[in-house]
Design a binder for this molecule. Structure first.
Ligand code: ADP
Ligand code: MG
Length: 615
């Protein structure tokens, strides 16, 4: 049951909380939702009419932060207090960004090369997570203002190449901003989702997502089949984007008007006007303007000539991505255009020509990622049942084996649907049943994990211990339902059960289970070693016991006595739960019994061969 609430502003009944989609970009960020009435994703538009919020944070002398366009205005006047491109620093250590330090006009602190970077503003130090949280807080506040309701849940996008640390940092930024980040999804996946690509059809499709933003270029090749997105290759340039087009044009004008390069103010004005010109040229053939009273102009033709090398660079990266994915251009089923800079006609033409096909560009390229995040949010909210978007298993799935150990069949983060199988055998002679207990979790002992189901495989024909081959298979279907089956391969006896693995687990619980597995890792490893040693020792004891009974007449009284004494020592070691002593005494028991065991086995073999021909 969802919560029921009344939206005071609209007076309407609100049964579910809205989950928003957020594109936390290097240059611009924005927030989108799926409209309840039309079921269409839309970018939220503030009263200023704008959807994009520049990803810029400015701090005044008192440490008060402003975000967005008003912060952007401070870029020239207060470069040391105006933070841009903080996304480049997410989850990075100083060592990681050492080579890029020149890019940042603000102070990136390098007190300790191994620790995560910090940014100094006045007397305070900020982490990139904190700075990103200011941007997210601004987006949240905007959404709350526009929708007139509380927003606490979000889906946030990240580049496909983001590693675990960068994804975690993004999640933490969300949390700091008061957002429960239900999922982090890849930007190219979001863009494909916004176009509804790959959903609603089971045929596998291969998609190229070309994303040229303000300062970065990413090309991603993905496949989608049955609602599962898989990134085959990513390529690009983390310092190539629309800003470089602005700079190229600014440099061209600077040379024309003999501008003084050291005049920062003038240089910035040139760049601002260049960006204006670039946008103008998207729909016009000529731009005319003025900088500090000096007239400047540029034709589309000239502009294209200036940016041609930049466009060519992106196409080389596309070729590399295809090569890495092992694909030919003709194997790409769809090309999706993302990022404000794909509005530039030369870029669009270049990409069309390169892939030899039309491109997906109907949606706003600077909004498409957020729109896709909103679609994903809608799916998570359970409102969109036509679309299936699958993920990975949040926790490992396995069964209990001897000594209460967790034997993982499907590790966490495995793609679904998926399957895995493993063979097991019986412990006792004539054992006719086997209990299969299914668990979910990261700990080595099942008692610390979560039990999902249990069933008995019965009717195994009587066989000596170790002879039956029981194959246990785990199959997770597209709906995330786990089907566990066990089959005794020699007899064909089989049993199957369905389990819902995620059922009842909240994100927090999953997180707690993961944390527990980390804090207990050491302890788990030693417990596992002890359990394994004890299990092996117990098997050795059982076999020896059986042997003594069966072949008593072939052993000397002395042999029986030393064996019994050694068995006693081993039992004591097991009782004392001393792993080293158990292993040591198992070894000793092995040594004591080896000579007569070999003797007996040789005799038995001779008996068996009697009267038989050797083939
Ligand atoms: P990011 O993903 O890096 O946050 P965006 O996708 O918002 O960036 O793209 C920002 C870039 O798009 C800027 O360089 C901006 O100048 C450029 N841009 C926006 N609109 C246009 C346009 N109409 N024509 C050309 N470039 C544009
Ligand atoms: Mg972007």
């Amino acid at each position: 049951m969802g919560k029921v609430a009344i939206n005071i502003a609209t007076g309407s009944l609100q049964t579910e909380e809205i989950i928003v989609g957020i594109d936390l970009g290097t240059t611009n960020s924005l927030i989108a939702i799926v409209r309840n009435d039309s079921r269409e994703p839309i970018a939220l538009r503030e009263t200023d009419g704008l959807t994009l919020v520049p990803s810029i944070v400015h701090f005044d002398a008192y440490g008060n932060a402003t975000v967005g366009n008003s912060a952007k205005e401070q870029l020239v006047a207060q470069p040391d207090r105006t933070i841009y491109s903080v996304k480049r620093l997410m989850g990075k250590s100083y060592r990681d960004v050492k080579g890029e330090a020149g890019f940042f006009a603000y102070n990136v602190i390098d007190d300790d090369t191994d620790s995560l970077v910090k940014i100094q503003i006045g007397k305070r130090f900020y982490s990139p997570i904190e700075l990103s949280s200011y941007i997210l807080k601004e987006l949240k506040a905007r959404a709350e203002h526009i929708l007139k309701t509380n927003i606490t849940k979000a889906v946030i996008t990240v580049p496909a190449y983001f590693n675990d640390a960068q994804r975690q940092a993004t999640r933490d930024a969300g949390r700091l901003a008061g957002l429960d980040v239900l999922r982090i999804i890849n930007e190219p996946t979001a863009a494909s989702l916004a176009y509804g690509l790959g959903t609603g059809s089971s045929k596998e499709r291969t998609i190229a997502v070309y994303d040229l933003g303000g300062g970065t270029f990413d090309i991603s090749v993905l496949t989608i089949s049955n609602g599962i997105y898989e990134v085959l290759a990513t390529n690009g340039d983390t310092y190539l984007g629309g800003d470089d087009m602005d700079n190229a044009l600014a440099a061209y004008w600077a040379a024309q008007i003999n501008a003084d390069n050291s005049n920062k103010q003038l240089m910035q004005s040139l760049r601002v006007t260049a960006e204006e010109a670039k946008k103008h040229l998207t729909d016009n053939d000529r731009f005319e303007g003025s900088i500090d009273g000096v007239a400047v102009s540029v034709t589309k033709e000239k502009f294209n000539e200036l940016i041609k090398p930049l466009v060519d660079k992106t196409l080389t990266a596309c070729a590399n991505a295809l090569r890495d994915a092992g694909l030919k251009k003709e194997q790409i089923d769809a090309v999706v255009m993302v990022g404000g800079s794909t509005r530039v006609p030369l870029v669009k033409e270049g990409v069309k020509e390169f892939f030899g096909q039309e491109v997906y560009d109907k949606l706003n390229p600077d909004e498409v990622v957020a729109l896709g995040a909103a679609v994903q949010a809608d799916i998570l909210a359970g409102k969109n049942t036509d679309m299936l978007l699958l993920d990975v298993t949040p926790l490992s799935l396995g069964i209990e084996t001897m000594g209460g150990l967790m034997d993982v069949l499907i590790p966490r983060n495995s793609k679904i649907p998926g399957r895995a199988g493993r063979q097991y055998t019986t412990q006792k002679d004539g054992q006719s049943g086997m209990r299969i207990s299914v668990y979910q979790g990261e700990r080595d002992l099942v008692k610390d994990n979560r039990k999902l189901a249990e069933f008995n495989l019965t009717g195994i024909p009587a066989m000596p211990a170790g002879l039956p081959k029981v194959e246990v298979t785990f199959l997770i279907d597209a709906d995330g339902i786990l089907r566990v089956s066990a089959t005794e391969l020699r007899s064909g006896v089989a049993q199957t059960i369905d389990v819902k693995p995620q059922y009842g687990l909240t994100d927090d619980e999953v997180e707690k289970m993961l944390l527990d597995s980390l804090t207990h890792a050491k302890e788990d490893i030693s417990t596992r070693a002890l359990v394994e040693a004890s299990t092996e020792a117990q098997q050795m004891l059982d076999t020896t016991e059986k042997f003594l009974v069966k072949y008593s007449d072939m052993l000397t009284a002395e042999e029986v006595a030393t064996t019994n004494a050694q068995m006693e020592k081993l039992k004591q070691a097991i009782a004392a739960a001393d792993k080293d002593q158990i292993q040591h005494n198992t070894e000793l028991l092995n040594e004591v019994s080896r000579p007569y065991a070999e003797r007996v086995m040789e005799g038995a073999l001779k008996d068996a061969m009697k009267g038989k021909k050797v083939m």
